[in-house]
Design a protein around this ligand. Sequence first.
Ligand SMILES: Nc1ncnc2c1ncn2[C@@H]1O[C@H](COP(=O)(O)OP(=O)(O)OP(=O)(O)O)[C@@H](O)[C@H]1O
Ligand SMILES: [Mg+2]
Length: 250
Amino acid sequence: MNPPLLAVSGISVAYKRGLSSKYSVQAVRGVSFSAWRGRTLGLIGESGSGKSSALNAVAGLVKPIAGEIIFDGKPVGKRRPGMSMIFQSGAIDPKMRIADVVAEPLRNHKRMPAKDERAAVIKLLEMVGLPSAFMERLPWELSGGQLQRAGIARALALRPSLLLADEPVTALDPDAKEQILDLLARLIKEFRMACVFVTHDLEAARYLCDAFCIMQNGEIVERGGVYRIFNEPQQAYTKLLLESGAVCAG
Ligand SMILES: Nc1ncnc2c1ncn2[C@@H]1O[C@H](COP(=O)(O)OP(=O)(O)OP(=O)(O)O)[C@@H](O)[C@H]1O
Ligand SMILES: [Mg+2]
């Protein structure tokens, strides 16, 4: 098999509480996983199991207290230009016009004349199925699904090779959820991106992912191909998740 685009080994994430200088919450405990281009890995588990903490460590939003993250053959640095992240659609700044939301990464990382920027934004909107007229709108003038499309357009702006998605369909109604999952699946194949998809929505995970890591209490308790996990779960915790149909929050 090709080497993975992303190789995470033995990372731990801990947080300090309040003014204390001690790490009092250990959110991720020595977790390892890899991601390959054109494929999607699901990090699945109940609320508080450490999924977002693990993903944020890959994105560079939190600094792990142990472990190693290799991206594209090299240990990651402070800036991680080949990675983009998408969140729940509500995470977009409500005061920014859609054109500015999508253009922001271009402004931060590329010098581009205004005319080229406008053309680039129109192209990005087109890639996610939004009309160019939406450029002038504010986030609250879009539906949840449309807003998530704008979030995806923004994530694609710098043509990432790794897409990190934290519950991107969780707040959406069933139709919008299906459309966004279809869009993500298409874009992942089209641009041969690797994707790490964090969710507690098993149905969504099953649709998009090739393989799962099941997380419980900061650790990966089971991993494997989606078919195998659904048909022959080995761990009691995984069986419980599958039986409950969805991973309950709390
Ligand atoms: N910034 C933070 N400061 C302190 N504790 C945190 C912080 N972020 C997360 N935690 C704690 O770390 C643990 C793991 O949280 P994390 O957000 O990674 O879980 P999760 O699996 O993404 O949950 P959810 O499905 O609810 O999003 C929890 O106990 C949480 O309270
Ligand atoms: Mg989370």
